[in-house]
Design a protein around this ligand. Structure first.
Ligand code: GLN
Ligand code: ZN
Length: 790
C-alpha cells in the first residue's frame, strides 16, 4: 500500500488568521492566550484536513510563530547572545524580539529560503555557541496532535542544512566545527520523540541539493552516524532540485527513507532507484509544492505505477516540498472565473490529489475513475483554451531577432548622446521610484477599488500626489525625478492587472516572512499588452517639470519571478513574452517624451538556479529578456535598472551584460563588499550604489553619505557615478525622506565641487537649472512595435 504524507502545510490560515492575530498581539491589542488560541485552532484545522484526505500521519513542527528556522534556533537553544535571553525560559514575546528587533538590538538577519520568496531568520553562531535546548513548543504541538487522536510525524530542518544556512560574525569561523554540538542537540530531540512513541521523523536537508564541497558532504556522514538509532525512523527530505549526484552517499546514511523532488528534478529518479537500500522508503514528491496548477494525475500515475510495482509499501507519495509556498485553499476564491479555477490546486486541493493517486495505486484506477476523468478534463481545457494560446503572441515571438536585444550603439557612444540630451550635472542625484505611501494614498486606492470614488476623482487625487512628489523633488534639488508610484500598491500586480494572460486570486496568500504575505498573480496564458500602462501617468508627471522624469517599469524577470508561472512552457518563453510587452511600454514612453526609463529587476538574482551548472542557461535567457525589453529605444534615451537585497557579486558579468545605461543598486546590506565587486570587475556602465538604507527611519548625515561616496569613487570612476538611496521609499514617512534626500543632495554637491577642484570630471557641466532638449527620435531597432511605425 502506497502511503501519502506531506512535508508541511501553510501555517498562516486561509484567511491569514495567523497574521492578524500576530499583528494584534504585537500592537498590544490582544493577549498571548488569544494568539495561542488562534494558532492552536489553525493547527487543528490543518491537521483535520490532512486526516480527512487519508494521510496516514499529520505533519507537526511545520508551524512556526514567525519562521521555521527561528523556531529551530529556539528549539536548539542557540539564541544570538547579544539579546541576553535565557533560551530555556524563552517567552513568546522574546521570540518575536529576535525576529523583529527591540530597543537595544536589531532583528536577526533575514534572507531568502533557497530559491523561494520565503524569508528565514539567519542563525548567528560562533565558537562558543551552545545548544542546550530551548522552549518545548515543538513537543507541545506533537502532544496537541496526539491528543486529537492523530498520528504525528514531526518535521525538523536537518543539522547540516541548519549550519549551512547560518552565519558567523567572526570572520574565518568554520561553522562545521559546531557540528558535534549540533548533532548532540538533535540526539536529545530525537530521543525524546522516540520516548513519546513517534515512529517517523522527517528531517529536511535541502542543502543536499546544492553544490557542496567535500567538507560539507562529509558532515552528512558524521551527523547522521551520530543520529542513527537514537530516535524514530528518519525520512531524509531533499527538495527544490536534484540530489542525484549525492544519492549514493545519501543512500549509505543510516536513515530509513528519502524524499526527493520529482517535480523540479524528475530526472533524478533513476539514480535513486539504483542506490535505494532494500528496506528504505522512497517518498516521491510528485505534486508541485511550488506552484498552483492542478496535477495531471494520469501522467503522474504512469511514473508511479512502475515505481509502486517495484517498491510496494516502501513507496510514499507527497508534494515535492512543503506546501508553505502555495496558498491554503481554493474554497475562498469566489470571484475567480470557473475556467481558471478549474485549472488550479492550492494546498488543500493538493491533499485531495494525493489521496486520488494513492487510491489509484492501491485499489486500481477504476476506483477513482471519475477523479481521473476530471483531471483529464482540466488538462484538456487548459491545453485547448483560447485564453492560453494566443496566435498573435506566438507569431510575434517567432519573429524576435537577436538584433532586437541590441541597442543601436555601444554604451560609450550612447552615453555621450544621453549626456548631451539630459544635461545632467556630474554625480546626478535620483531616487529609486516610490515615495511614501501615506495613509491618504492607500485610502484613495482602496476607496477606488471599492467603488466609493469614481475614476475621475481617483485620477485627480493620484495626480495631486504626483504633483506633490514632483514639487518636493524640485525643492530638494534632485536631478532626475520620479512620479512616486502612488497609483501602485505592488510593482508586479500593477502591471499584471494591465496585461493579458494574467489572473488574480482574492485570497491566494503565501507567507513571505513573519506576518507578511504576498499574493502572487497567476500567469496562465500568453502574455501581451493590450494598451499602454504607464504612459499617461508618466506624461503628466513630465509635464510638471523640466527636469527629466523617469518612466518606471517592472522588468520581465521580476514579473516572472514574483508570479505563479505557467508550467506548460519553459520559464524562458514566458519571460520573453513579458519582455515584449514591456518593450512596447518602453517604446511608448519614449514616444511620449520620457527620456529616462527605469526597468526594475530586483528579482533577477533570486531566479538563479540552485546549482551552478544551471546558472549560465538561466542568466542567458534572463539577461536576454531584459535586453529585449529595453533595446527598442534610441541611443539618447537612457535606460536604468535597479536591483536590491541579494548577493550580486557572483553575477556581475550578467548584470553588465544587461547593458542598462545606469544601474542603481542597494549596497547598505552588504556594506561596501558589493562596490568592491563592481570595482574589481570593472563594471562598464554608470552605477548608483545606494548611499543610505531605506529600511530605517534614521536620517543619514551628510558626512556619512560623503564617506560612502568617497569610497565609491575609489572603485568607480566619478564620471560614471550616480547618487541615490538603496531602494524605493514607499515604506518611509515624508519627514525623514525629505531630510535624508536633502542630505544626500548636499553630499553630492559637496563632492562635485571637490572633484571639480581637482579637475576630476572631464565632461562636467554647471549645475543645471533649466533647459531640456527635444524628445529623442525613435530608434530604428524598434521594428516590432506596430504603433511606432511612422
Ligand atoms: N521602483 C520600485 C520602488 O521604488 C522598486 C522596488 C524594488 O526594488 N523592490 O518602489
Ligand atoms: Zn529595490
Amino acid at each position: 500500500m502506497a502511503r501519502t504524507h506531506i512535508l508541511g502545510f501553510p501555517r498562516i490560515g486561509a484567511r491569514r488568521e495567523l497574521k492578524f492575530a500576530q499583528e494584534a498581539f504585537w500592537r498590544g491589542e490582544t493577549s498571548e492566550a488569544a494568539l495561542r488560541e488562534v494558532a492552536a485552532g489553525l493547527r487543528q484545522r490543518h491537521w483535520q484536513l490532512q486526516a480527512a484526505s487519508g494521510l496516514d500521519t499529520v505533519a507537526t513542527g511545520d508551524f512556526a510563530w514567525y519562521d521555521q528556522m527561528l523556531s529551530l534556533t529556539a528549539l536548539l537553544g542557540v539564541l544570538p547572545k547579544r539579546f541576553g535571553f535565557d533560551a530555556a525560559q524563552l517567552t513568546l514575546g522574546q521570540y518575536f524580539e529576535l525576529a523583529r528587533g527591540n530597543r537595544e538590538q536589531p532583528a536577526m538577519e533575514m534572507t531568502k529560503w533557497f530559491d523561494t520568496n520565503y524569508h528565514y531568520l539567519v542563525p548567528e553562531l560562533d565558537a562558543d555557541s551552545t545548544f542546550d535546548g530551548g522552549p518545548d513548543w515543538f513537543f507541545e504541538e506533537i502532544e496537541e496532535a496526539l491528543a486529537q487522536g492523530l498520528k504525528a510525524r514531526p518535521v525538523l530542518i536537518g543539522p547540516v542544512t541548519y549550519l549551512w544556512l547560518s552565519k558567523s560574525h567572526v570572520s574565518g569561523f568554520d561553522r562545521l566545527t559546531l557540528l558535534p554540538k549540533v548533532t548532540q542537540a538533535y540526539r536529545r530531540i530525537l530521543a525524546r520523540l522516540k520516548a513519546r512513541g513517534i515512529e517517523w521523523v522527517q528531517i529536511d536537508e535541502p542543502a543536499l541539493c546544492l553544490d557542496l564541497g567535500a567538507a560539507w558532504l562529509n558532515a552528512y556522514d558524521q551527523a547522521y552516524a551520530e543520529l542513527a538509532g537514537v530516535g524514530p525512523a528518519i525520512l531524509l527530505a531533499t527538495y527544490f532540485d536534484t540530489a542525484a549526484d549525492h544519492a549514493a552517499r545519501a543512500a549509505s546514511l543510516p536513515v530509513q527513507g528519502f524524499h526527493i523532488d520529482l517535480v523540479r528534478a524528475p530526472q533524478q529518479l533513476d539514480a535513486w532507484r539504483r542506490v535505494l537500500p532494500a528496506s528504505a522508503v522512497l517518498s516521491a514528491g510528485v505534486i508541485d509544492g511550488r506552484n498552483i496548477w492542478r496535477a495531471d494525475l494520469r501522467r503522474v500515475l504512469t511514473t508511479l505505477s512502475s515505481l509502486h510495482a517495484e517498491l510496494g509499501d516502501r513507496l510514499w507519495l507527497a508534494p515535492s516540498c512543503s506546501l508553505l509556498h502555495v496558498p491554503v485553499s481554493l474554497e475562498h476564491e469566489v470571484r475567480l472565473d470557473a475556467e481558471l479555477k478549474s485549472w488550479l490546486a492550492f494546498a488543500t486541493e493538493k491533499l485531495g490529489e494525493l489521496s486520488v493517486l494513492a487510491r489509484a495505486l492501491n485499489h486500481g484506477e477504476a476506483s477513482v475513475a471519475a477523479q481521473l476523468e476530471a483531471s483529464d478534463a482540466a488538462q484538456a481545457s487548459r491545453r485547448n483554451s483560447g485564453r492560453v494560446v494566443n496566435p498573435r503572441v506566438q507569431q510575434r515571438l517567432a519573429g524576435v531577432t537577436a538584433q532586437m536585444a541590441e541597442r543601436a550603439s555601444p554604451f560609450t557612444d550612447r552615453i555621450e548622446r544621453q549626456r548631451e540630451a539630459l544635461q545632467l550635472p556630474p554625480l546626478p542625484t535620483t531616487t529609486i521610484g516610490s515615495f511614501p505611501q501615506t495613509s491618504a494614498i492607500r485610502q484613495t486606492r482602496a476607496a477606488y477599488k471599492r467603488g466609493e470614488i469614481g475614476a475621475l476623482e481617483y485620477l485627480q487625487r493620484i495626480r495631486g500626489e504626483i504633483k506633490l512628489a514632483v514639487r518636493k523633488q524640485e525643492a530638494l534639488g534632485l536631478d532626475v525625478l520620479v512620479h512616486g508610484e502612488a497609483e501602485r500598491n505592488d510593482m508586479v500586480e500593477y502591471f499584471g492587472e494591465q496585461l493579458c494572460g494574467y489572473g488574480f486570486t482574492e485570497n491566494g496568500w503565501v507567507q513571505s516572512y513573519g506576518s507578511r504575505c504576498v499574493k502572487p498573480p497567476v500567469i496562465y496564458g500568453d502574455v501581451y499588452r493590450p494598451e499602454p500602462m504607464t504612459v499617461d501617468t508618466a506624461r503628466y508627471a513630465q509635464s510638471l517639470t523640466d527636469r527629466p522624469m523617469k518612466g518606471m517599469l517592472t522588468g520581465p524577470v521580476t514579473m516572472l519571478q514574483w508570479s505563479f508561472v505557467r508550467d506548460d512552457q519553459p520559464r524562458a518563453t514566458t519571460a520573453r513574452q513579458l519582455a515584449l510587452a514591456i518593450r512596447d511600454e518602453v517604446c511608448d514612453l519614449e514616444h511620449a517624451g520620457i527620456r529616462v526609463i527605469q526597468i526594475d529587476e530586483p528579482a533577477l538574482r533570486e531566479g538563479l538556479p540552485l546549482r551552478r551548472a544551471d546558472w549560465n542557461a538561466y542568466l542567458d535567457w534572463a539577461v536576454n529578456a531584459f535586453r529585449l525589453s529595453a533595446a527598442g529605444v534610441a541611443d539618447q534615451t537612457q535606460i536604468h535598472t535597479h536591483m536590491c537585497y541579494a548577493e550580486f557579486n557572483d553575477i556581475l558579468p550578467a548584470i553588465a551584460a544587461m547593458d542598462a545605461d545606469v544601474i542603481t543598486i542597494e549596497t547598505s546590506r552588504s556594506a561596501m563588499e558589493l562596490l568592491e565587486g563592481f570595482g574589481d570587475f570593472d563594471y562598464p556602465n554608470e552605477i548608483g550604489p545606494g548611499v543610505y538604507d531605506i529600511h530605517s527611519p534614521r536620517v543619514p548625515t551628510v558626512a556619512a553619505i560623503e564617506r560612502l561616496l568617497d569610497r565609491a569613487c575609489e572603485v568607480i570612476p566619478p564620471q560614471r557615478l550616480w547618487v541615490n538611496p538603496d531602494c524605493g521609499l514607499k515604506t518611509r514617512g515624508w519627514e525623514e525622506t525629505e531630510a535624508a534626500l536633502a542630505n544626500m543632495v548636499t553630499a553630492a554637491r559637496a563632492l562635485r565641487s571637490r572633484l571639480a577642484g581637482k579637475g576630476g570630471l572631464a565632461w562636467q557641466r554647471v549645475e543645471r537649472t533649466e533647459g531640456v532638449t527635444a524628445a529623442p527620435r525613435h530608434a530604428a531597432g524598434c521594428v516590432d512595435c506596430a504603433t511606432h511605425a511612422s
